[in-house]
Write a protein that binds this ligand. Structure first.
Ligand code: ADE
Length: 253
């Protein structure tokens, strides 16, 4: 899978994604990451890529022409016209479901804005899909693009050592991941749960699923509506709910 990032700060993106797991995935050829410098398509020899907004107001707006020319040159070079994702706090909020959907693409282009955003016509011409990483405002789209590329990459076969670990984790099946433990068996008087030392795989799996249910109930109860629970897991959830309701009413007195 290939990621193309249209940006004014190519080093920021390449330095970040060239490190750790994504860096190794690039080296192995499991993913391709290329930052394309919008400034290479500046409108004049001063390297101009932005200008003041019509109608007045603070800041600069990124011009349409350098971005469109940058995209067209990229398409001509690779012989395809990938979807363009525009990084903006006004977009649909990115999550694991969006990541799974995007992971099925062969190529993706990320458009990173800066300053007061980009000329609106750019977004219409490129038919961008607007994506946000949350309800807060950053100085540019590079960090959001890196967040999304990191998340999508780990769903691409060959990026993680163990492909199973991409799915057995938080948000799989709308449940948070169960707690993990490693050596030693006892640390500062705190013991690893007995079942994990038993070697009994079925019991371990059952315990982990119930812990996932409990964690999700404690930390992200909003996710539970979309979880697929067995009869035993639903009963456990009902117990947790009853317990919490009991605690609540006891506190009232
Ligand atoms: N650009 C600035 N803030 C952003 C956000 N929260 N998500 C995506 N792009 C952004």
């Amino acid at each position: 899978m290939n990621f193309y990032i249209m940006t004014l700060f190519p080093d920021m993106v390449m330095n970040g994604l060239g490190t750790s797991i994504t860096g190794r995935a690039i080296e192995k050829g499991a993913i391709g990451v290329e930052a394309v410098n919008i400034r290479d398509y500046a409108i004049n020899r001063h390297g101009q890529v932005d200008d003041a907004p019509y109608g007045g107001g603070a800041g600069q707006v990124m011009l349409a022409a350098p971005i469109i020319d940058c995209y067209e040159a990229l398409c001509a070079r690779i012989g395809r016209r990938p979807r363009v994702l525009y990084m903006t706090p006004q977009g649909r909020v990115f999550n694991q479901t969006v990541a799974r959907e995007l992971a099925s693409e062969e190529d993706l282009v990320f458009l990173c804005g800066h300053y007061e955003g980009v000329d609106e016509r750019t977004l219409e011409i490129l038919n961008t899909e607007n994506l946000s990483i949350g309800d807060y405002v950053l100085t540019g789209g590079e960090l959001p693009a890196m967040v999304m590329i990191d998340c999508i990459s780990r769903l691409v076969p060959g990026v993680l050592h163990n492909d199973a670990s991409a799915e057995i984790e938080s948000f799989h099946d709308n449940l948070l991941e169960y707690p993990q433990y490693s050596r030693p068996e006892e640390y500062r008087g705190m013991k690893v749960p007995e079942v994990l030392l038993s070697g009994h795989h079925k019991n371990i799996e059952t315990w982990r699923r119930l812990e996932s249910v409990r964690r999700t109930f404690d930390r992200r109860p909003d996710l539970l509506a979309g979880a697929n629970l067995s009869k035993k897991e639903s009963e456990y959830l009902a117990e947790l709910r009853a317990e919490a309701a009991g605690e609540f009413s006891a506190e009232d007195f």
